[in-house]
Ligand binder design. Sequence first.
Ligand code: PMP
Length: 347
Amino acid sequence: MPAEVLEKAQQELVDWRGHGMSLMEMSHRSDEFLSVRAEAEQDLRDLMGISDDYHVLFLQGGASTQFASVPLNLLDDSQCAYYLNSGQWSKKAIAEARRFGRVQVLAETRACAPEASSWSLGDVNDAAYVHYTPNETIDGVEYDYVPQTGDVPLVADFSSSILSHPIDVSRYGLIYAGAQKNIGPAGLCVVIVRKDLLERCSDKVPAMLNYSIHAKNDSLYNTPPTFSIYLAGLVFKWLKEKGGVEAMAKVNADKAARLYAAIDNSDFYTSPVHVAHRSRMNVPFILPSPELDASFLQGAEQAGLMNLAGHRSVGGMRASIYNAVSPASVDALIDFMQQFAHQHGEG
Ligand code: PMP
């Protein structure tokens, strides 16, 4: 979270804008909260250039719930869902979709994204959608292209790269993103869905997972996570003040370039990811021996550099340099990495 956003929330926490109570204490149907929600939606539309052809939904259950909601709403018995498997999160999305219908994997890769020329939908006529994960958070793999799927809707899990660079929303049928990276606190998930796709949502889909029901109710079918939506709205305002997604993309590209250069210019650290598909948000790197991991992490924490352990499923290190991580913090990490390498043998 950007420090400025946390400070603003702190100022408004107990007495929201002179109303004598916290926003958390207000009804989710109050005019105050309705205006917060509407403004958050409009700011997100402005930031991402989302047209009226799309609904913007603020839902609960994290991105993992969308692994089920997508096939439940968009896939029927006569169709097949096609997935690109480029890492740990797409693998989970695939496993969940298989509970609900026919799924086929078009390409499977690790440590890189599938090359655009290595797969195609061919002439299938049963495709409900094609799903991919543009940025694999755990593996640090990012696609350098948007998959071409013709008339078949493209569905993307943008959890770890939404708002970090411009996205041409019109190329997608549905975009979803858990909030806890570039949007706001955990507990909220944003879904951007093309309106015509809602015709597919059957009445059999449970109400809380049903896009059509949430869209008809402006994401107020039940009590939404009001405080998370408010905080997301503050993050959207912060992003606008910073020059929007285009400005953020430049800062992010620069942060990532400096960190990858520090890794590549060293004999000590290695990047496990194919150069063309290195994520600008999640930068995994490996030390010469796993025995050094604990002391690296301890030293980093002492230097105020937190959360650098790689995901428990892959080990190594991973620096997640989301929008709220400043260039100065990335420089502090690079300094620490160079010092550590020097102390442990790099000449
Ligand atoms: N997809 C991606 C790309 C993610 O990074 C994550 C979480 N790190 C998830 C899905 C799962 O999100 P959640 O924990 O909000 O369910």
